[in-house]
Ligand binder design. Structure first.
Ligand code: WTA
Length: 684
């Protein structure tokens, strides 16, 4: 029953950091009315080299008509994130605690890393970065799979004040090059390759291509540091460069990787092996003290105009927000084992694989593989193996696993689970109920967390010990967050209703700007409704005040939790010599949530055939990444346009789903084109 209310189980509530709605309401109210006091108390749990000044705790402008947008938290304070995540935990006696259990793509490959060892490896690698000429404020690009060296590299950047810019290792060389160019990264860190399921990805050679392209545009990356990940897997006696080292864990020989011989090309002036560099590096490194608002990282996200936006997060606010959301939303307690399946290449991995958990001294699973390898019960076997208590994943993964039936879940002992999390897109009630009843055996709370790359951490979410849940609703705002729904004219929608989801005031973890383009930051997020941060999502509020995020209201779409813009795909398609025009819309998809449906107008004399369709799909894969491959490419001799030439996507969306109820077409220059497009619809 989707409209039923599900209450947190009383055992969980009794021990929870926030154990009732009354407590939630009281804390939320304080966070809004007295943000300095609320966050000031939390900030005391962290180490500040220069303490926070009370009178400068918080200042901002959200109203573009009153001047530039700015957000400042804890101005004047200085700290270092790696110090708070590592040194502080080690000093407090947590040195021998496991920070990460690493689980490889092949179940035979696994290892672990304690807080003490992680600190040592981070310091070593920070020294390596320094030896490559990296210093405070420099950008470091990272293109890596889910291995221990990835958090090590990130934290090494934070140790010396360098700004990391991680590019998901499923992006193409073009996408990687574009991001390296925009951030003008000095160094690139990667691996020789990686297995994803049964597929081998040649990451180093993708980097070579990207660096070649970057060079053509006049920027040169000085060093490319390569982890010998494949070599290590195929040769247990090979470089023990994994952060786990030899003392703390095993990296076994995965049979899958034996046969592999990677043909790497090498530029001696630029390329070096991680393990060679680490060999002589000192295991200690004094942290660089960073101002509260100094940049921490850049993470690119899709923009509706096509060019990716470099979302910039800063130091102090992000730290306390990542830490606080992690603590309350997953209700983490010492002894728990937490697992977030997201790739670190996305914001979820930044905040909830690395920063949030480590800031709480948590023990996590870092998983390299896929849900389907070696079999479709991999997630459940990993939960069982590590006795995971908090499991955080995406609706698209849940939906794809539901297909394989309940038996694969029931085969495993999942009784360790207490909290389940969902992120990336609205979760449909069928998937929610399956997750709740089968995976969570009817006793786990589900945290349906709404947030964005831009928000840095959860902004609308239930708290597991407090919030009565409704399947599909992200429920209520987190501490410090004040959402509103606005109508087209910017009027506040009170009570039950629907509108644009906006936020009225900043919370510590939100983005500060778009890297190198403050103007775009202001127009993208603050121009539509003055005085508010505009999410680009729509939402409704029900009679009980619950928020239900309904999805994007702009030209963005969400494929398997990956946000992309129709413009970005259109511009790739339109580059093909046979294509005169391309229009892309989203179509609902049972597993992916949404998929790409593309309308193509070929040039005169070009035959629209399977070959062209395949070429176009390949082009999108190559230019953006495999996850962006269109599901449907339809022939469109013409497109529905207004007389002024604007493509009516509303109509294309109807055609994509075969819904003849297209509404008013009288503004179209040529109404006949609609019927033609219905006739040409492929049978999918
Ligand atoms: C969507 C991912 C509904 C939303 C953390 C948002 C969601 C975009 C949810 C951000 C949710 C994310 N319910 N929609 N629980 N979580 N979204 O930047 O459209 O990759 O704007 O950040 O994902 O995607 P991003």
């Amino acid at each position: 029953m989707a409209d039923r209310i599900y209450y947190p189980n009383s055992e969980l509530a009794a021990k929870a950091h926030c154990g009732s709605m009354a407590q939630y309401k009281q804390m939320h109210e304080k966070s809004i009315k007295e943000p300095e006091k609320f966050w000031g108390e939390i900030a005391k749990e962290f180490y500040w080299e220069t303490p926070v000044l009370d009178n400068k705790f918080f200042s901002y402008n959200f109203d573009i008509t009153k001047g530039d947008i700015f957000i400042n938290w804890m101005e004047g304070a200085t700290t270092n994130i790696s110090f708070n995540l590592l040194d502080k935990n080690v000093k407090n006696g947590g040195g021998d605690k496991i920070a990460f259990y690493w689980e490889g793509n092949d179940p035979d490959d696994y290892s672990r890393l304690t807080y003490r060892k992680l600190l040592e490896e981070v310091c070593r690698f920070a020294n390596v970065l320094k030896s490559k000429g990296v210093s405070k404020g420099d950008r470091v690009a990272i293109y890596m799979p889910m291995i221990l060296e990835l958090p090590i590299a990130m934290l090494a950047c934070t140790r010396i004040g360098a700004v990391h810019s991680i590019v998901f290792a499923g992006y193409s060389s073009d996408s990687l090059a574009e991001r390296i160019l925009d951030s003008k990264a000095k160094v690139l860190i990667t691996t020789d390759g990686v297995w994803r399921g049964e597929k081998l990805l040649h990451l180093k050679s993708i980097c070579d291509d990207a660096l070649e392209k970057v060079k053509k545009h006049g920027h040169e990356v000085q060093s490319c540091i390569v982890v010998a990940h494949m070599r290590r897997l195929s040769n247990p006696q090979g470089p023990a460069n994994c952060g786990a080292g030899k003392t703390n864990g095993v990296v076994k020989n995965g049979t899958q990787t034996n046969s592999n011989e990677l043909n790497l090309s090498w530029d001696d002036d630029r390329d070096c092996w991680w393990h060679d560099e680490m060999e002589d590096a000192e295991p200690s490194c004094y942290p660089v003290w960073m101002a509260a608002e100094d940049p921490l990282f850049i993470l690119y996200t899709s923009g509706s105009t096509g060019k990716p936006k470099g979302v910039l997060h800063t130091t102090a606010g992000y730290l306390i927000y990542a830490a606080t959301t992690f603590k309350y939303v997953f209700d983490y307690h010492p002894g728990d084992v937490y697992w977030c399946t997201a790739d670190i290449g996305w914001i979820t991995g930044h905040t909830y694989v690395v920063y949030g958990p480590l800031a709480n001294g948590a023990t996590s699973v870092l998983f390299e593989g896929t849900p389907f390898f070696p079999a479709n019960d991999r997630y459940w076997s990993v939960v069982d193996k590590y006795k995971v208590s908090q499991f955080y994943t995406a609706p698209t993964a849940i939906r794809s696993l539901m297909k394989f039936g309940d038996g694969l879940v029931k085969k495993h002992d999942l009784s360790s689970l207490k909290v389940l999390g969902s992120v990336g897109e609205p979760i449909n009630s069928e998937a929610w109920l399956w997750f709740y009843n089968l995976v969570g055996h009817g006793v786990c709370s589900i945290a349906d967390t709404f947030w964005q790359t831009e928000t840095g951490g959860h902004v609308i979410t239930p708290l597991p010990g407090a919030t009565p849940m409704k399947p599909g609703s992200a429920t209520f705002p987190f501490f410090g967050v004040l959402p509103e729904l606005l109508d087209e004219d910017g009027h506040i929608v009170e009570g039950e209703g629907e509108g644009y989801l906006v936020f009225r005031q900043p919370w510590p973890g939100m983005m500060r700007t778009l890297y190198g383009n403050h103007q775009r930051f202001q127009t993208t997020y603050f121009d539509r409704f003055h005085g508010y941060y505009c999410t680009g999502d729509g939402a409704k509020r029900d009679a009980d005040g619950y928020l239900w995020v309904t999805g994007r209201v702009d030209d963005m779409l969400n494929v398997s939790g990956h946000l992309m813009s129709t413009a970005e795909v259109e511009s790739v398609l339109a580059e093909h010599l046979s294509v005169a025009e391309a229009a892309v819309v989203s179509k609902p998809h049972a597993v992916k949530g949404q998929c790409l449906y593309c309308f193509i107008t070929p040039n005169e004399g070009v035959t629209f055939d399977k070959k062209l369709q395949d070429e176009l799909k390949k082009k999108v894969r190559e230019r953006i990444g495999p996850f962006a491959q269109p599901d449907v490419i339809q022939h469109a001799p013409g497109l529905p346009k207004t007389r002024s030439g604007k493509i009516m996507r509303r109509i294309l969306r109807k055609i994509a789903v075969g819904d003849k109820n297209v509404g008013d077409t009288s503004t179209l220059a040529d109404e006949g084109v609609v019927e033609l497009l219905f006739q040409l619809r492929p049978q999918v």
